[in-house]
Ligand binder design. Structure first.
Ligand code: MRU
Length: 365
């Protein structure tokens, strides 16, 4: 998507052909800064401190992390250590494990001298596939927005989203935001309620920035406003992304998503989840019970980062010194609250049978 008229992906190969450039998402929306990753450790830290975030982008960064490790040393030991280091960075997004499984399968059995080129080729392929996948998700989700728009001709379609599942959470397009970009580009009147998404404010800082850069009308609301807006008919649909979708259709996404799904159910607002195949964990039968939830630092809750009046970026404390804070980063929305799953292969019910109707090759395992 475009930033000030220039097309960007969220991750790309530097002009030197080996280093990896990413947009530093910890600086947005105040500064558009590009960070160059040169080592495995740079890639792992970028994921941990959330310079890159969003399940698909975490996977793409990990893929390039393997490349950067192999550039220093293509031995089995280095490869295994790099894989283990990257796997430890963030535990919930299954795209990370999927990308690493794919990378390891592509290079592990090759002679050492062939590993580096194969790794870079596979990582580049990943990124291109992610873009194509998200574009297909966008087209499938667009049909749902068009159906809603057809029922209220001339009126704005109001869509609520949580966290950021836009183009900077993926390589391009995004998942939840892809249908919205397409609807907007087609001239449909869409307006997005962007949940601020405490504690890290991905909605206020990233979703709003993305939508604004592309010219999509939007309004930031505090996380607790969604239920009120739904009660008053101001939300036509909810679309969110996911970090891991269980075989039974349970959906794990940014903390607070579950509460939005509950409010949507109570108000008959359709609640959709947009996801690529790489977000489905076919080994998890019951998402509520079995998806691991990342616990992040208390400081993300007790402190806030923002732009001061003098233009500097500052961190301020919002709680009394000494108060502890809990920070589960994700929650799981049970499948019964999900109206449908929007994938690159089509839209299905949030049920094992629904997922298998789109991915029949997964029926046996
Ligand atoms: O902690 P984050 O910012 O990585 O969480 C991101 C989300 O919750 C997104 O909704 C999810 O990764 C889907 S991104 C297409």
């Amino acid at each position: 998507m475009k930033v000030n008229g220039t097309h960007y992906r969220s991750i790309w190969l530097n002009q030197d052909g080996w280093r990896v450039d990413v947009i530093d998402q910890t600086r947005l929306p105040h500064e558009f800064e590009i960070v160059t990753l040169e080592t495995l450790e740079n890639a792992a830290r970028a994921i941990e401190v959330m310079q890159v975030r969003g399940a698909p982008l975490i996977g793409a960064t990990a893929a390039y992390g393997i490349c950067l490790a192999l550039r220093e040393d293509a031995s089995d030991e280095t490869l295994e250590a790099a894989d283990a280091r990257l796997r430890r960075t963030r535990p919930t997004a299954i795209n990370l494990m999927w990308a690493l499984d794919e990378m390891m399968a592509s290079v592990r059995n090759l002679p050492r001298e062939d590993r580096l080129a194969a790794a870079y080729a596979r990582a580049a392929e990943f990124c291109d596939q992610d873009v194509a996948t998200n574009e297909a998700i966008g087209r499938n989700g667009l049909k749902i927005i068009q159906e809603i728009a057809a029922k209220k001709p001339g009126e704005t379609v109001n869509i609520l989203t949580h966290c950021n599942a836009g183009w900077i959470a993926t390589v391009d397009w995004g998942t939840a935001l892809a249908p919205i970009y397409m609807a907007h580009d087609l001239g449909l009147p869409v307006h997005v309620w962007a949940d601020e998404t405490r504690p890290r404010n991905q909605g206020a800082a990233l979703t709003a920035w993305e939508l604004g850069s592309h010219g999509v009308p939007h309004t930031i609301v505090v996380d607790n406003a969604g239920g009120h807006l739904m009660q008053h008919g101001q939300v036509d649909m909810v679309i969110v992304g996911t970090d891991r979708t269980a075989r039974n259709g349970d959906v794990c996404n940014k903390i607070g998503t579950y509460l939005k799904a509950l409010a949507a159910k109570d108000n008959d607002v359709p609640f959709y989840v947009a996801l690529p195949h790489s977000t489905i964990d076919w080994t998890v039968e019951d998402g509520v019970r079995d998806i691991p939830i990342e616990e992040r630092s208390a400081e993300e809750v007790t402190h806030l980062t923002g732009k001061a009046e003098d233009g500097s970026i500052v961190k301020v404390q919002v709680s009394a010194p000494g108060s502890g804070a809990g920070n589960p980063a994700f929650d799981v929305t049970p499948a019964r609250l999900v109206t449908g799953l929007i994938t690159e292969r089509g839209v299905c019910e949030a049920l094992e049978a629904g997922l298998l109707s789109l991915y029949p090759e997964k029926a046996d395992g």
